[in-house]
Design a protein around this ligand. Structure first.
Ligand SMILES: C[S@@+](CC[C@H](N)C(=O)[O-])C[C@H]1O[C@@H](n2cnc3c(N)ncnc32)[C@H](O)[C@@H]1O
Length: 285
């Protein structure tokens, strides 16, 4: 990326005004316009030069231009067609580096679009952020993506990184942490957004690690759904309806009088390993 091309880009506020991009609440549009802040977010995954980034919801393209400045090739999926002309201008300023897909991120195959080893970076629309993240966390492991760098409402970010015993600890924490490292990389004040949302935000960075052996994602998912579905109840009660769970607790030496929020990620993994893969999920021979 040449300094010349960077200089050619108009300020984001002008881009928004020129294209009449009035923020839509229904589409979760809270734009980031501070280019220094955007550069700091784009730096979280590490050196992106020569790497591919999959971005959800580029909007007027603030984070997108920071990623391009960092040397990444960007594949960006945007649902709001009003943003396409602004993104086309950005594409022209960075020839061959930005591919914009006009679609719903919930409906596209991110892996097919971005390819193996892509980093996922996004200031996510609040209404689909958790669903997309759970989808990426459920990939076959090691996953196709190299890392996730995602902006959430701070409360959701805390639910992803929380340790057991913390009030935010739950299903999302276990699904994020059992085979990945998750941390809050940056807190972002609500006033940084246009328009400002009601709550604070935070960027979570997630890097995959080797999955523990012999543990089925589906089993862990069912186990945590049951355990945290009634988080105030003892495990003896909340896991009653899940075949094999109470027996597995006993084998793992976990007191059934405990509540889900006291059970560590490693303990959930141990119980899921003992439960094994549900018969319905086993490959047919
Ligand atoms: C929080 S804004 C972020 C905009 C921009 N990346 C920024 O940081 O300023 C969320 C963006 O996601 C887009 N969006 C909302 N739902 C979407 C979906 N299902 N698929 C793709 N994009 C979506 C919105 O139109 C909006 O541009």
């Amino acid at each position: 990326m040449t300094a010349e091309a960077v200089a050619k880009l108009p300020p984001l506020r002008e881009v928004i005004a020129a294209h009449g991009l009035r923020a839509s609440k229904a589409l979760g549009q809270n734009f980031l316009l501070d280019e220094q802040l955007l550069d700091r977010i784009a730096a979280i995954p590490g050196d992106l030069s020569g790497k591919t980034v999959f971005e959800v919801g580029p909007g007027p393209g603030g984070l997108t231009r920071a990623l391009l400045r960092a040397g990444a090739r960007v594949v960006a999926v945007e649902r709001d067609e009003r943003c396409l002309p602004a993104l086309a201008e950005l594409s022209a300023a960075f020839p061959g580096m930005l591919e914009v897909v006009s679609d719903d991120a919930m409906a596209v195959d991110a892996h097919a679009l971005a390819g193996d080893g892509a980093h996922i970076v996004a200031n996510l629309p609040y209404n689909v952020g958790t669903a997309l993240t759970v989808g990426w966390l459920s990939a076959d492991w090691m996953p196709w993506w190299a890392s996730l760098t995602l902006m959430f409402q701070q409360e959701v970010a805390e639910r992803i990184v929380a340790p057991s015993g913390d009030g935010h600890y739950g299903r999302l924490a276990v699904l994020a942490q059992w085979r990945a490292k998750a941390r809050i990389a940056m807190k972002v004040h609500r006033s940084a957004f246009t328009p400002p949302p009601k709550v604070m935000s935070a960027v979570v960075h997630i890097e995959p690690v080797e999955a523990p052996e012999d543990v089925a994602f589906r089993t862990l998912e069912k186990l945590t759904a049951a355990a945290f579905g009634q988080r105030r109840k003892m495990l003896r009660q909340s896991l009653k309806g899940l075949p094999g769970a109470l027996e597995a607790l006993e084998v793992a030496g976990i007191d059934p009088q405990r509540r889900a929020e006291t059970v560590s990620v490693a303990e959930f993994v141990a119980v899921a390993r003992i439960m094994g893969t549900p018969a319905t999920d086993r490959p047919k021979s």
